[in-house]
Design a protein around this ligand. Structure first.
Ligand code: ADP
Ligand code: ZN
Length: 724
């Protein structure tokens, strides 16, 4: 028998099928060990056949690995091939997506434990009185039956081993599945679906379209709908995938899932140890667990017979991968849903503009949930005009309106969340007196301050602008380049309210295995009055005691140099506001801004998604931004500046040919240094394109795949989230 094997080396030169001899019981999809260039490497059996085009005597033989099932099933194999073709990367790279990293390194193994049981009744053993440990162990086993050796050895050191040697007991090795949630117990809450929820579940079942968009305001009970869909699949013996942004896998969420689905669910999150992840993955592969819950990468869960795929918070930017292959989770999910003939459910209070457009045009089904559960009102949003505060001489991070609300909240012994809108290191210039923001003349996105060149730059066209000394609109000289940090906010807050218990959550405080779980747990248990944090606190959390949310700098994300900044801001504000008043008490939100007339903020404060969408889509049409075009960036990077430049030249000339033959499909085409010229010692150049017709994309990928060398990395990004 001949096996067609892909070796697990991600390089263009090795990205092809190699023939090997294998024995009769080799199965397609299994992992094997293959002799390759003097070494032995891991490989995957893609196909089996009787004959090879190579002379048989030249073929080497592969060795099987001791997996209980082939690691990859047929669906995974075909999906990996499709993705490799789509993103023009070696198949080894896409095959890896389907396996837990722990499996590839080979450092984690199945966990086995030794167990002892008696072979002879206690009375028949001939043991001397002084052999206390043997007697103790024998007694224990006689009473309790089979027991773990480690446990016995603790009580009676050496006892079991001696018994086994005498033939009185036998020791067997058994495989143990690590259970990351041993200690998690929760009451199972039975809920009756509200009529709205029931209707949504019914529509998803009956509508013929594959993609179902659940557009429901925060707190409208989307989670309950997902759980109902998953439970229905489980009852039919089908499996399901439930994707959430990593950050939403909060302790409460884990508890809820565990209580509901017990061992049927495998929850994959970054808090698991390598061994735990490995075992959870195998539980899914063998079908012992039928529900995969996790962040982006769980879309590659190794299950068969999928009944539903759910993507919660579908607009979240964590669903697009930032490393090769730069897949889009939705695209992969859609392929899987179509292959399995199941529904793909997208949920969000603030769908992405691209998704919503498709739903409005009828390509996706659109299901609305306009009310919160129990008709609880959405929190009232007050706007605090920070320009006025500055003029009144208040230079602190808190407006008087916010201070007033914090005091009320503390007095009522409720909880507050203060949100700081900072991300990345890109910086914009904002006039503190009038709210003016410097923008590119031709792209209508905000400019980014580049400290090294002391200038402002547009990340979409590369245009440079001089620095400002005064505001061109009002002449004010109080220009700000950055907001205040969380640390500063906490210390200012503590000075204002010495008795308040304050928790901080940002990148600095959440490192470590369970960093953010611990903070959220403490807050949920009311061990603090105020939680101060960044983006991390915006999503998904359900803290019933929170009645006040303060958004300290609502504008910051409006002025990211990104065509999606309006969309991001709307989503973020809606999400953050949604944390307030989720239980009996009505919630309040104070939104601080230097730009109170801004349309996006206006739509957000009135929860007017439709209005926001109409406004945004007309802007995108006018500027020819996605979804009316596709932005493509080819990034060329390498440690040697000269070689990298040569790489850029090769890519550029290859692409230029495509451009010249298809000029009508391009809105923009140019090469330039990347906005950040060097990251981690790698020089960076880019070719930026904006395509009105993406049909030339495969050609672009082809040119880039060919230009990649040992020293120069070439990557293609479609509608990248980050243009730095
Ligand atoms: P969303 O995901 O839409 O933001 P959640 O699923 O978190 O909303 O639901 C909001 C709140 O309503 C939660 O506290 C949840 O426990 C509760 N809830 C959801 N569905 C029901 C129901 N059918 N009956 C009672 N309470 C519900
Ligand atoms: Zn520009």
């Amino acid at each position: 028998m001949i096996a067609e094997v892909i070796v697990d080396i991600a390089a263009n030169e090795t990205d092809r099928i190699f023939d090997y001899l294998c024995d009769e019981n080799t199965i397609v999809g299994s992992r094997v060990r293959a002799p390759f260039g003097g070494k032995t490497v891991t490989g995957f059996v893609m196909k089996l056949k009787e004959t090879s085009d190579y002379p048989m005597e030249k073929l080497k033989k592969i060795q099987p690995t001791p997996d209980e099932l082939p690691a990859l099933n047929a669906e995974c194999l075909s999906l990996a091939e499709k993705l490799a073709a789509r993103y023009r990367v070696p198949k080894a790279l896409t095959l890896r997506l389907f396996l837990p990293a722990e499996m590839r390194t080979g450092k984690v193994r199945e966990l086995t434990k030794n167990f002892a049981e008696l072979l002879v009744p206690f009375e028949e053993m001939k043991l001397v009185k002084s052999a206390k440990n043997q007697i103790g162990a024998a007694n224990y086993l006689a009473e309790n039956g089979k027991t773990e050796c480690a446990y016995l050895n603790n009580l009676f050191p050496g006892g079991v081993a001696a018994l086994a040697q005498k033939g009185y007991a036998k020791i067997t090795q058994e495989q143990i599945k690590r259970d990351p949630y041993k200690t998690v117990t929760a009451e199972r809450v039975e809920r009756v679906l509200t009529p709205d929820q029931g209707r949504a579940v019914k529509t998803i079942g009956e509508d013929k379209r594959t993609v179902q968009l659940l557009h429901g305001v925060t707190g409208s009970g989307k989670t309950e709908i997902y759980l109902t869909l998953i439970a229905a699949c489980l009852a039919r013996g089908e499996s399901s995938i439930f994707l959430v942004p990593e950050i939403s896998l909060t302790p409460q969420m884990l508890l809820q899932l565990r209580a509901r689905f017990g061992k049927n669910a495998a929850i994959l999150h970054s808090g698991l140890s390598a061994g735990e992840r490995f075992d959870e993955w195998w539980r899914l592969r063998t079908g012992e667990a039928k529900i995969a819950i996790g962040a982006r990468s769980a879309i590659f869960a190794p299950m068969e017979n999928l009944g539903v795929i759910i993507i919660d918070e579908e607009h979240d930017s964590s669903y697009s991968s930032e490393s090769a292959p730069r897949y889009n989770t939705f695209d992969v999910a859609l392929l899987r849903a179509k292959k399995n003939g199941c529904k793909l459910v997208l949920g969000s209070a603030t769908p992405s503009v691209e998704t919503y457009k498709k739903a409005k045009e009828g390509e996706f089904s659109l299901i609305r949930l306009d009310k919160r559960i129990n008709k609880r009102p959405l929190p009232e949003i007050l706007i605090a005009d920070m320009r006025r505060e500055v003029r009144k001489g208040n230079n602190s991070a808190f407006s008087s309106a916010l201070k007033e609300e914090i005091e009320k909240c503390l007095a009522a012994e409720k909880q507050a969340i203060l949100f700081l809108n900072r991300r990345g290191y890109s910086q914009t210039v904002i006039c503190k007196e009038c709210g003016y923001v410097a923008k590119c003349d031709s792209c209508d996105v905000s400019l980014t301050y580049h400290r090294d060149e002391n200038c402002l730059k547009c990340h979409y066209c590369g245009m440079k602008y001089g620095m400002l000394t005064a505001c061109p609109d009002c002449g004010g000289v109080k220009l700000s380049y950055a907001g205040t940090g969380t640390q500063r906010v906490v210390s200012d807050l503590q000075k204002l309210y010495p008795a308040a218990r304050i928790l901080r959550m940002d990148n600095d405080t959440t490192s470590g295995k369970e960093g953010h779980y611990k903070i959220l747990k403490a807050f949920a248990e009311k061990k603090a009055d105020i939680l101060v944090g960044t983006q991390m606190i915006a999503k998904g959390h359900d803290f019933p005691e929170v009645t006040l949310v303060g958004i300290l700098d609502a504008d910051m994300s409006l002025h990211f140099s990104d065509y999606r900044s309006g969309e991001r801001t709307f989503q973020l504000l809606t999400q953050v506001a949604g944390r307030s008043g989720r239980a009996e008490e009505k919630g309040k939100v104070v939104l601080q801004t230097f730009d109170p007339e801004n349309e996006v903020l206006r739509f957000a404060t009135t929860y007017n998604y439709e209005g926001f969408y109409e406004n945004e889509i007309s802007l995108r049409t006018a500027m020819a931004f996605p979804p009316f075009s596709k932005i493509v960036r080819v990034l060329i990077s390498g440690e040697d500046d000269k070689k990298t430049l040569e790489g850029l030249r090769e890519v550029y000339f290859g692409l230029k040919e495509i451009y010249e033959r298809n000029a009508e499909k391009f809105l923009f085409f140019d090469k330039m240094r990347a906005p950040i010229k060097r990251i981690q010692n790698k020089y960076r150049y880019q070719v930026l394109m904006r395509l009105s017709d993406p049909s030339v994309l495969p050609l672009v990928y082809e040119v880039c795949a060919a230009a990649k060398t040992r020293d120069v990395l070439v990557s293609v990004e479609e509608n990248p989230t980050n243009l730095s």
